[in-house]
Design a binder for this molecule. Structure first.
Ligand SMILES: Cc1cc2nc3c(=O)[nH]c(=O)nc-3n(C[C@H](O)[C@H](O)[C@H](O)COP(=O)(O)OP(=O)(O)OC[C@H]3O[C@@H](n4cnc5c(N)ncnc54)[C@H](O)[C@@H]3O)c2cc1C
Length: 455
């Protein structure tokens, strides 16, 4: 797999950190200086900040992902999961998407498998909830919400309608708020084409355990966002927890109970548990312990960054401050990490990563948003415009920038698509029915055998 004469750099995870590190190495390494491998179950990197717009149909889902093989022609891309890292043996166990697992050895490793949803043992959550982190979930939710409008428009049974038109989101960070706001905007717009479904028939509920939403922006912008959502009849339940969701029956900690077909869980993230199956040091929250140079603490030839790492935030004065899980840090850390690996390989000295968090931008639907960047606070249209400008400047590759701009431009002139392609969730269903062998014609039931006494 690797030439024995070349050092092998193995990158676990092809997301923000993995992709940008590989890209940096591709740019900085001389031909033949090292072999770089990226391992990820997916063949693409997802630009997660665009997922809410993909769910709302403002962006084509394919345009919010970047194909790794196209972007990284000088990098080996393997699709599957790393299931174990034995750094003392400089070996990972790789489980390809098909076939048997095998070991891959390396000289230098970058561990960046990101985060997964942080869930709680709430009855019914695992059965009826869905997360919002992947392009698959975004596509599913778009089809699902439109399918619920289809259901409501096709029945007069009030309990079925109410349940179909009730949408619950748990978690008031930017992922949850943006996903809810964009989908509600899309559904309200779509309802104009539905006979018998009015925006006021829909119930959108945001449940947040703390006393505020959007902790990434200031408290007054958080309050503004609550007001903006409430103005759109979205219920914002602060200091409230989801207690149960068994059979889609939602129970909240404030005592309210109701049925909802849709439950989206966006209440925080935790480090990908694959980092537990390693001999690398973890902190009390299960993150890899990183240093300011992005090396893993106390070991040679191992580096980390992004959501699965605890990296000191040198831009802050408080001792023990860590960089938060955000794309903003992940991209910058990845570039820095690539430079440090090259420096270390060539006998140089890796430098510290320092970046003061610039702020956040969030879209709340078409022409609506909230932003706080370098202390400047924006609301409404200017914030939404900044959100779009910022993200189109950040989405990787010129190709993707053009496609995203084309999607937005087309959306100016044409109405949104309101078709629910729910069938793509189970594309073989119809064919399976057609291909199933026909049942033999039913024989008329045989008369009961005469009993001995009747004979
Ligand atoms: C909906 C949403 C909106 C967001 N919006 C913003 C925003 O506006 N601004 C902002 O700064 N941040 C935003 N974020 C957060 C940002 O996307 C993350 O902080 C960033 O993606 C972290 O980068 P990462 O490389 O650590 O993880 P990821 O980008 O998640 O990459 C991890 C990769 O590892 C792969 N992987 C997982 N397990 C394995 C394994 N066992 N073996 C190999 N590979 C594995 C995964 O498939 C994935 O590709 C948003 C997140 C979401 C979900």
């Amino acid at each position: 797999m690797t030439g024995p004469e070349r050092p092998h750099i193995l990158i676990v995870g092809g997301g923000y950190v993995g992709m940008y590190t590989a890209l940096r190495l591709q740019q900085k390494l001389r031909r033949g200086e090292a072999t770089v491998t990226v391992i990820d179950p997916l063949s693409y990197m997802t630009y997660q900040p665009f997922l809410p717009e993909a769910a709302a149909g403002n962006l084509e889902p394919r345009h919010v992902v970047v194909p790794l093989r196209r972007l990284l022609p000088r990098t080996q891309v393997l699709n599957g999961r790393v299931t174990k890292i034995e750094h003392s043996r400089r070996t990972v166990t790789f489980m390809p998407n098909a076939g048997d697992p095998f070991e891959i050895s390396y000289d230098t490793i970058v561990v960046a498998p990101g985060s997964i949803a942080r869930t709680l043992p709430i009855p019914g959550l695992a059965e009826v909830g869905i997360g919002f982190k992947t392009v698959g979930e975004a596509i599913f939710l778009r089809n699902h919400v439109l399918a619920k409008l289809d259901i409501a428009a096709s029945t007069s049974e009030q309990s079925v309608r109410r349940r179909a038109l009730t949408f619950v989101f748990v978690g008031g960070g930017y992922a949850g708020v943006e996903a809810l706001a964009e989908l509600e905007d899309m559904a309200r717009d779509a309802s104009k084409s539905y006979d018998g479904v009015e925006p006021s028939d829909m119930r959108w509920v945001l449940v947040e355990a703390s006393d505020r939403i959007l902790p990434e922006v200031s408290a007054d912008l958080g309050r503004y966002t609550v007001r903006e959502l409430e103005r759109r009849n979205i219920e914002v339940r602060l200091s409230t927890r989801l207690d149960s969701a068994v059979h889609h029956h939602i129970k909240l900690s404030d005592g309210e109970e109701f049925d909802a077909d849709t439950l989206v869980w966006t209440a925080g993230v935790k480090p990908n548990p694959v980092v537990e199956d390693t001999d690398l040091p973890l902190d009390e929250k299960g993150r890899l312990k990183g240093t300011a140079t992005l090396r893993i603490e106390g070991v040679d030839d191992a580096w980390t960054a992004g959501d699965s790492a605890a990296i000191p935030d040198l831009s802050k004065k408080e001792p023990g401050a860590l960089t938060g899980p955000s794309a903003q840090h992940a991209v910058r850390q990845a570039k820095h990490l690539g430079d440090n690996i090259v420096a270390a390989m060539r006998g140089g000295t890796p430098t510290d990563y320092v970046h003061a968090y610039a702020g956040s931008v969030a879209s709340l639907g078409l022409h609506k948003g909230v932003a706080q960047v370098y202390g400047i606070k924006l609301r409404g249209w200017p914030a939404w415009f900044m959100h779009r400008t910022y993200h189109v400047s950040r989405v990787p590759t010129f190709n993707r920038k053009v496609r995203v701009l084309a999607d937005w431009t087309l959306a100016l002139f044409f109405k949104r698509e309101i078709v629910s392609l729910g069938a793509i969730q189970n594309p073989r269903e119809e064919f399976e029915q057609a291909a199933r062998p026909a049942l033999p014609p039913q024989e008329p039931a045989a008369p009961p055998a005469p009993s001995a006494t009747e004979a």
